[in-house]
Design a protein. Structure first.
Length: 312
């Protein structure tokens, strides 16, 4: 079964990107996540992109073809071991056309791989969404709906991670950044915000799955709260009753039970007969209020405590 992150990516690649501006923004982010440049004869540049996700490979291929300047080829390397995924290699052989493509995507210039050039790609809101989608497709991951909410973009350079963080912050998403194993992670931990982001990027089915899981979790918590509350009430009733029964036995052993006023004697006998009953139930059996029942039991307790003949 594919992971939830893979399912999200499979859904995201179906999001339509008709506008050229957005296609370039998405492609730029995708290539930043997983591409490397090669240098061929006459200093011509080439491009390699590797991914384990077939849908992502198709998306990069489609975007490169839409761009129209270069001719990509794909090869698949089959997984040699079980539980390992196939790898998809996209290769654009070194050619004079690669340089202008890289330049238009902001990947060349004074500082190769820097993201200062992405400002142009990120000017419009539509393009910023496409850029984030490309980044998620290239290096994003998200926990399955039953697990703790967590989504992250794994970038291999700080400037790129920082750009992602700025774009997300500009859209009011609460994000954090951390580093691990030479990579930078831009992460989100709020379930609702993650749903909003995935909806914006074009994965409504994934959002639905997250919603179902969230609702189930809420119902389960509610049931747990009710059960805990009932258990606590029951516990209180039982421990109060144990003390009352002890007090009544004390009065009885001292021969004081029969000397009680009739209403209190009646209550004492009823408590002995019904040790599990709540105050309301006792009150009901005697045709009095819960408060009156509580009052009589309190008096019985204090009589047992304070009687002169008491031996401790
Ligand atoms: Zn756009």
């Amino acid at each position: 079964m594919p992971s939830f992150a893979t399912e999200v990516k499979n859904e995201l690649v179906r999001a339509s990107t008709r506008k050229t501006c957005c296609q370039n923004a998405e492609l730029a982010a995708l290539l930043r996540m997983g591409a490397s440049m090669t240098i061929g004869p006459a200093m011509n540049l080439g491009l390699n992109f590797v991914t384990e996700n077939a849908a992502v490979a198709r998306r990069v291929l489609q975007l490169l073809k839409a761009n129209g300047q270069v001719k990509p080829e794909v090869t698949v390397s089959r997984a040699k071991r079980l539980k390992k995924n196939n790898s998809y290699f996209l290769r654009v052989a070194p050619s004079p056309q690669v340089r202008p493509l890289m330049e238009s995507l902001g990947m060349l210039g004074d500082n190769e791989g820097s993201v200062g050039h992405d400002k142009g790609l990120l000017r419009r809101q539509c393009c910023r969404k496409a850029y984030l989608r490309g980044a998620f497709l290239g290096g994003g991951t998200v926990n399955r709906p039953e697990a703790k909410a967590h989504l992250e973009f794994v970038a291999n350079s700080y400037p790129f991670a920082n750009t992602l963080m700025q774009v997300l912050k500009k859209m009011d998403f609460p994000v954090g950044i951390t580093d691990r194993k030479n990579n930078y992670q831009v992460y989100m931990k709020d379930g609702e915000e993650i749903m909003d982001l995935l909806a914006m990027l074009g994965a409504p089915k994934a959002v639905e799955q997250l919603e179902v899981a969230r609702n189930l979790r809420e119902v389960r918590n509610q049931v747990n709260r009710l059960v805990n509350c009932e258990t606590a009430n029951l516990q209180r009733t039982v421990s109060a009753s144990v003390a009352q029964v002890q007090a009544i036995h004390q009065l009885k052993s001292r021969g004081e039970l029969d000397k009680l006023p009739p209403k209190m004697a009646e209550m004492a006998r009823l408590r002995l007969a019904e040790p599990d009953a709540s105050l309301s139930e006792l009150g009901e059996m005697l045709g009095i209020s819960r408060g009156a029942a509580a009052n009589r039991l309190r008096k019985i307790m204090s009589l047992a405590d304070s009687s002169p003949g008491e031996v401790k």
